[in-house]
Design a protein around this ligand. Structure first.
Ligand code: HPA
Length: 280
């Protein structure tokens, strides 16, 4: 008997392959602030998630949901405009299905982006943080269940989820485009509620620098199947209890929009350097 999760992944992947001839080398998940990243790409093909039978589609009002296939500085890229989150009620296997699908399309490298709350007191809203490592013990692992042997091992090593060479590339990219970056540990919590001040203190005590509701599970699934992973968070707000005002999704969106230009520049230069150093 086949594995239900693997069969769904293959069915969705084949559905995309039947529509799209593009062969990506880099996968990119666009978080808050990068919603209009399409402008930075020479888009050659697009595919709405809703056109792929069984593919998880976001329930959040106003969220876009499509794949963009195209070139960033001559590097073939598949970008996800919109992702689904665990808090929407999807199984973890569905949350990471798109990540795995992009890996099966041929992307060897994945760049994950998101909005996150700043937990480190040295951060300020609007900072960009290169992810050095993550903590996911507060959400279920996407690898729970029968192992998908076709993708990777039962007990995958997670000692370097965020690839060292890619971290150096991000640092160099930041220098090249004169965007200052922070670095730190991303902690994934389930959401959809923002955390309590006590939970943020827990996060800080555990070694987290930023708190978010996506990304780390995607990083794990990508690492499991042997992709090279990197990630950048936009620190949209100081996390709960760290500033006088209550948390608000509008503030998150406004900060993400305010730094979008720098975020886009950094991602584009990162992809250019990946093309030059890794693929070239
Ligand atoms: N917590 C969790 N996720 C977030 C936050 C936060 O403060 N800001 C943006 N995404």
């Amino acid at each position: 008997m086949g594995n239900r999760i693997y069969e769904k992944l293959i069915t969705c992947t084949n559905a995309v392959k039947s529509r799209i001839t593009f062969k990506p080398e880099v996968a990119l998940i666009l978080g808050s602030g990068l919603g209009d990243y399409a402008q930075e790409m020479d888009v050659v093909e697009t595919l709405e998630y809703s056109e792929i039978e069984g593919f998880p589609v976001s329930t959040v009002a106003g969220h876009q949901g499509r794949f963009l296939f195209g070139y960033v500085k001559d590097v073939p890229v598949v970008a996800m405009q919109g992702r689904v989150h665990y808090y929407e009620g999807y199984e973890m296997s569905d949350v990471v299905l798109p990540t795995r699908l992009m890996g099966l399309l041929g992307a060897k490298t994945i760049i994950l982006t998101n909005a996150a709350g700043g937990v480190n007191y040295n951060f300020r809203p609007g900072d960009l943080m290169m992810i050095t490592d993550h903590i996911t013990t507060t959400v279920p692992s996407p690898l729970i269940g029968p192992n998908l042997e076709e993708l990777g091992p039962r007990f995958p090593d997670m000692s370097e989820v965020y690839n060292k060479e890619l971290r150096e590339i991000i640092r160099e990219a930041a220098k090249n485009v004169k965007v200052s970056i922070q670095q730190g540990v991303y902690m994934q919590l389930t959401g959809p509620n923002y955390e309590t001040p006590a939970e943020i203190r827990m996060c800080r005590t555990m070694g987290g620098d930023a708190a978010g509701m996506s990304t780390a599970c995607e990083a794990m699934a990508a690492n499991h199947m042997g992709m090279d992973v990197c990630g950048i968070s936009c620190i949209t707000n100081m996390a709960a209890g760290m500033s006088a005002q209550p948390l608000d999704h509008k503030e998150v969106q406004e900060t993400a929009d305010r730094v979008a230009a720098d975020f886009k520049k950094l991602v584009t230069e990162t992809i250019r350097l990946i093309g030059e150093k890794k693929n070239g």
